[in-house]
Write a protein that binds this ligand. Structure first.
Ligand SMILES: NC(=O)c1ccc[n+]([C@@H]2O[C@H](COP(=O)([O-])OP(=O)(O)OC[C@H]3O[C@@H](n4cnc5c(N)ncnc54)[C@H](O)[C@@H]3O)[C@@H](O)[C@H]2O)c1
Length: 355
């Protein structure tokens, strides 16, 4: 790659701290990027980001407008709450910057489609950090599925069970105050992973979501989603952030992919494979399959996605999570919300088309 690409980073809350201390930093250290400016409306948060990145005070701003106006840059990274993503996207477009944004693209399907249209009209690049799909364990499972060893994929099951029922247990206040925290803040990753493993667009989805009375949230914390993909794959997803014991929390989810000739299981980051033999009525037991060694590479999750974005800007392959593709992940979430409200299955592509 040529010179380090100049980045304006916006949002240094709970996850933004990881951006400054880990994701941006590793990419500064290896010369992929340099941080031209950081922004947070909260001066204390800004100071934490400044210290983590070792920036001079004059490159730290409490006003995004001022930061964008004063700082020559190549792209911006956005880690503010979803409801505020669009305002920062607008600023980036106005200043001719590309955009790497935290998931989800926005907090409604209307804003999601609007952002995708604006980015296309401006001819800018925008991608979304679907961190978990690009983690080591999920990438290893994906490699197994794509290798063909399971044959044609038939069905997928995924479980996410986190114990975050107490107020503020899910890190940031907004999740406890918003509608649909499970789907918008958690399942966006999981439904995206399921769709990626299915290898096809989702046609129809049915969901039911609820909030058990022990969950200290305003919106629904629990849900079950069934999905039917264009290529015939069916999937079921169970999610909860009010689970009693956190059996499969973030980074330790359970995924089972069943094909014509085999099954692959990811549980607590370990991948195992069971391949059908030519015997009568087989029975196997989880935990006793063929263990698959995790893929090895220097960067995972957002460390890797920042590098992918810089390479794309430098003429490399377009990112898989570019906004025009990633609207599919948002459509899964907003279709699930609509289905849970109406009690009826939802045509997912209608939402992508803006209907
Ligand atoms: N990819 C992942 O695994 C992952 C994990 C956690 C959070 N996230 C995403 O990261 C984003 C932020 O989440 P969080 O938990 O850090 O939220 P948070 O509420 O802890 O932090 C948000 C920060 O943005 C700042 N902010 C808000 N509006 C601003 C503006 N206009 N200009 C500058 N700063 C502004 C706030 O002051 C706050 O410090 C969300 O989109 C969330 O979904 C992604």
């Amino acid at each position: 790659m040529s010179r380090p690409q100049r980045v304006i980073h916006v949002g240094i809350g709970v996850f933004g701290r990881r951006w400054c201390g880990e994701f941006l930093k590793s990419n500064v250290d290896d010369g992929t990027i340099e941080v031209a400016a950081i922004v947070d409306i909260d001066p204390a948060a800004l100071e934490r980001g400044r210290a983590a990145l070792g920036l001079p005070a004059e490159r730290c701003y409490t006003d995004a407008k001022e930061a964008f106006a004063r700082t020559p840059a190549d792209f911006c990274t956005i880690a503010v709450q979803p409801v505020h993503h669009e305002a920062i996207v607008d600023l980036a477009i106005a200043h001719g910057l590309d955009i790497l944004c935290e998931k989800p693209i926005a907090d409604t399907m209307e804003a999601t489609n609007r952002i995708a249209r604006k980015v296309a009209a401006a001819g800018r690049r925008m991608a979304v950090t679907m961190s978990h799909r690009f983690d080591q364990d999920k990438t290893t499972l994906r490699r197994v599925v794509r290798s063909g060893v399971l044959g044609r994929i038939n069905a997928i099951g995924m479980r996410f069970h986190g114990d975050m029922r107490q107020h503020m247990a899910w890190s940031s206040r907004f999740r406890h105050e918003m509608a649909d925290p499970l789907l918008i803040e958690g399942s966006i990753h999981h439904l995206d992973i399921v769709a990626d493993l299915a290898g096809s667009r989702c046609r129809t989805l049915y969901a039911t979501t609820w909030r058990p009375d022990w969950a200290e949230y305003r919106g629904d914390t629990d849900g079950i989603v069934t999905l039917h993909f264009d290529n015939g794959v069916r999937a079921v997803y169970e999610g909860s952030v009010s689970h009693p014991v956190g059996l499969n929390t973030f980074y330790k989810e359970y995924i089972r992919v069943d094909g014509e000739r085999g099954s692959a299981i990811l549980a607590h980051r370990d991948v195992e494979v069971f391949v059908r033999q030519d015997f009568w009525r087989q029975q196997h037991r989880e935990g006793q399959g063929q263990k698959i060694a995790p893929l090895a590479q220097p960067k995972w999750i957002n460390h890797w996605l920042i590098e992918q974005f810089a390479r794309w800007r430098d003429g490399g392959p377009p990112m898989e999570t570019r906004v025009e593709e990633n609207v599919q992940a948002s459509a899964l979430v907003f279709a699930a919300i609509e289905s849970s409200r109406s009690g009826a299955p939802v045509d997912v592509q209608r939402l992508v088309a803006g209907g």
